[in-house]
Design a protein around this ligand. Structure first.
Ligand code: BGC
Length: 762
């Protein structure tokens, strides 16, 4: 079929570099069906001249995958990514010059339900953004003679179906290889417009590490289960050889139960299953397109005719592929304790598995949402492991886009919970993340852009306060803090409003810092006065005569001390109360999502680094190393996802890939290894480096390497011959204050250096 190329026409709308002439397409032959196979859109066209350059601009309501002459148009997956599609819809731009040719060309786009209209979030609900999907694309060609031409999505395209029979984020994908792509139906033009389109800001989701099964297990229930050795997020590429019509089902799980059976109850309603139907007895490779799974184990069921058969090992060859947002790895932390190294490994894999276009709470069950509290507590740790500046820059725009008119920040972003927001420690994402990114990368532009959002959030708390006390509204509190397994009354519950007052102060303080950086003197004085009132109100309401804070929990002291809620005179006593509390739990932490990130920092700041190390090295419940001792390869949602007797925590909330408690990474980098940056405008982003390691915990060596925006920084320390020895690399154009302790972490020697390679001893 020959369809003439369309010459450049007057622009209909301009977004970024694109003058959109393309029209939004829907399939033309039916409204919908229950199964909702992926929709295919196709265009054949002839290029009558040699092509010099070709750029494809494309997006969808749904997820798209574009193929040009049978080849993937890009290495990105789950495009166009997840934003609040009613406000911001990204389009991507691909250089596709190499895929096109003079003569016949074929452009085929498959569209899956994705976040737009597939099963997403809890309760496995679909149609979050609309009932029907749609696709928009524009291919711009420049020929070697300098002339140009454009292929656009329009009435001339055809639509139809193909092998992807259904797909959804939560439930997985069905591919029937007996079906081929067949586009013989007309398309319908949809009046969607270009108003929400934005050039892509995402770090694209791409393929990363691959894993072969380390074991094939026959479980007591006679399931065939592959163990990939690592809890990861992505999917399995599988080579299958069987008979025409064989159905192969692959289910995904993070753990096996106590007796070794495949365990999926914690996925709740997410089916997380890949189904493949074979076309012939020829070997074929299958891989999903519009879904992802969180798994270490995969069970394989093989159905021939109506009977389940046990596959022969030679009939399948599986490779697990990790998919996540393409971020530059920046930090490594290793030390002499293998359990701590495993903890660091788990933190990094928690980040890989949950940084898929947005920061999610978990990647496996029917949730996978951009919970703002989780992201807030983990953001500084995240900035060490990978360069997350642009990742958060994009998502913080989503946070601002979903912010409510009264300044409330929604608890999940993109918001699919109807504006539900305003909890302390969650909504503070608005102030915490921009500030953390400013400190880690010197990103003043993000601070400037987010400033109105930061201000609106503080304004919300101010409006909801009485006499400067914010004691209203819904709060999650210190989520998943310690609960006694023995029901002995030792649960560690911190009053929600006491927490709220601390975060009210913290966000106000960050707003003041931002106002200073941005030169907003009036705001500085206004919010400084407010901050003083917030702290006075806290003191009156929550500090008792003997200097205890009301809830008298670890989290209550940690927040009070970390956010400077107490007058100088009260701090040392409060720190002592904290330490006593830790001892009263047999040297265990009891903190939840909100207290945990600052716990060790507070201990170090008040001279109890030894206690912080005791907590870090604790390996009985609750502790960071308890899951490590249980074989975890990612961070768990709960301190006891697998209980001491080997049984599981409640199925309604038991993810084995939840990065929140991984926030300890920040203390490991900044305090154990001892790398920090000055927070001043001239110092942020590691332009003025501070190196101050804290030896302890019987560690004999620690190696930290960090690829900062200024260049590589290294801190390698060890204890040998009764001496503290440290090798340091300081990048060009920076200065560093070096604090070298003795082997007991005392008697620091202070030196100032500029770039170079150094050795220090004490
Ligand atoms: C999520 C958490 C989240 C929380 C709100 C849970 O279902 O998994 O990580 O922050 O809800 O408290």
């Amino acid at each position: 079929m020959f369809i003439a190329l369309i010459g450049i026409q007057p622009a209909q709308a301009q977004t970024g570099k694109v003058q959109w002439q393309a029209k939004w397409l829907r399939i033309g032959y039916r409204e919908d069906s229950i199964a909702r196979p992926a929709q295919y859109f196709q265009k054949h066209f002839v290029a009558d001249k040699k092509i010099k350059a070709a750029t494809l601009y494309i997006t969808a309501q749904g997820l798209y995958e574009a193929n040009i002459n049978g080849k993937h148009a890009s290495a990105s997956y789950l495009t166009p990514g997840w934003t609040d599609y009613n406000k911001r819809l990204q389009y991507q731009e691909y250089n596709v010059t190499e895929l096109l040719q003079k003569g016949d060309n074929n452009l085929t786009v498959a569209v899956g339900d994705g976040w737009f209209r597939g099963y997403v979030g809890f309760d496995n609900i679909r149609n979050r953004y609309g009932k029907q999907s749609a696709m928009l694309c524009q291919l711009e060609l420049t020929f070697t003679d300098g002339s140009r031409s454009t292929v656009i999505s329009d009435e001339s395209w055809k639509s139809g179906e193909g092998p992807i029979r259904s797909s959804s984020i939560n439930n997985g994908e069905i591919i029937d290889a007996t079906k081929t792509v067949n586009c013989d139906q007309p398309v319908k033009i949809a009046e969607i417009g270009y108003g929400t389109l934005i050039p892509t800001e995402s770090n694209p989701i791409t393929k990363h590490e691959t894993f072969k099964p380390i074991k094939i297990i026959a479980t007591p229930l006679k399931e065939t289960v592959m163990d990939f050795g690592q809890n990861l997020v992505g999917w399995i590429s599988i080579k299958l050889k069987g008979q025409a019509g064989d159905t192969i089902r692959i289910r995904h799980a993070e753990v096996l139960d106590k007796i070794g059976n495949f365990y999926t109850a914690n996925l709740r309603n997410a089916q997380a299953m890949a189904t493949y139907i074979l076309k012939s007895n020829e070997e074929m490779i299958f891989e999903p397109h519009f879904t992802y799974y969180g798994f270490r184990y995969a069970s394989i069921e093989w159905i021939r005719g109506k009977k389940a058969i046990v596959p022969d090992a030679a009939d399948y060859d599986a490779t697990a592929i990790a998919l996540y947002s393409n971020m530059k790895p920046t930090g490594t932390f290793t030390c002499s304790n293998p359990d701590i190294n495993q903890l660091q490994h788990n933190i990094v894999w928690g980040q890989k598995g949950n940084f898929l276009d947005i920061p999610t709470d978990c990647p496996q069950r029917d949730e996978r949402l951009g919970w703002v509290g989780d992201a807030q507590v983990f953001s500084r740790t995240a900035s060490f492991n990978f360069d997350v500046n642009s990742f958060f820059s994009k998502w913080m725009k989503d946070v601002a886009a979903d912010q409510q008119p009264d300044g409330s920040v929604t608890h999940v972003v993109p918001d699919i919970l109807g504006g539900f927001g305003g909890s302390a420690g969650w909504s503070d994402v608005a102030t915490v993340v921009p500030w953390n990114m400013y400190v880690a990368y010197g990103d003043k532009a993000m601070l400037e852009r987010q400033y109105p959002s930061m201000q609106a959030w503080v304004g919300f708390m101010e409006k909801n306060s009485t006499n400067n006390l914010w004691n209203k509204g819904f709060h999650f509190g210190d989520w998943l803090s310690y609960r006694s397994p023995d029901d002995d009354g030792s649960d560690a519950i911190t009053d929600k409003y006491e927490i709220a007052q601390c975060f009210y102060a913290y966000s106000t303080e960050l707003l003041i810092k931002a106002a200073k950086v941005l030169g907003k003197a009036d705001d500085v004085s206004r919010y400084e006065a407010l901050l003083k009132n917030i702290k006075d109100a806290y003191f009156k309401e929550y500090v008792t005569a003997n200097g205890r804070v009301m809830s008298n929990t670890q989290t209550a002291y940690v927040l009070a001390l970390n956010f400077d809620m107490l007058p100088e005179a009260n701090r040392a006593t409060a720190a002592q109360f904290l330490v006593n509390n830790i001892k009263s739990y047999g040297n265990h932490l009891t903190t939840g999502f909100l207290g945990t990130p600052y716990l060790c920092h507070v201990l170090s700041r008040f001279g109890y680094t030894d206690v912080a190390y005791t907590l870090l090295l604790q390996d009985t419940y609750p502790s960071w190393l308890y899951p490590v001792k249980r074989g975890a390869t990612t961070i768990w949602e709960r301190w006891d996802g697998i209980k001491r007797d080997g049984s599981f925590q409640t199925v309604t909330m038991n993810s084995f890939n939840h990065y929140a408690y991984g926030a300890i990474g920040d203390w490991m980098y900044r305090v154990i290894a001892g790398l920090d940056t000055e927070e001043s405008p001239e110092g942020v982003g590691y332009k003025k480096i501070i190196i101050k390691p804290h030896p302890g915990g019987k560690l004999t060596w620690v190696n930290l390497d960090y690829e900062s925006r200024q260049g590589k920084i290294s801190v390698h320390w060890k204890i040998a011959n009764n001496k503290f020895l440290m090798d340091v690399v300081i990048p060009k154009g920076t200065t560093a204050q070096i604090n070298t302790p003795d082997i007991n972490g005392a008697n620091y020697k202070v030196q100032n250096v500029s770039s170079g390679v150094y050795h220090f001893e004490n």
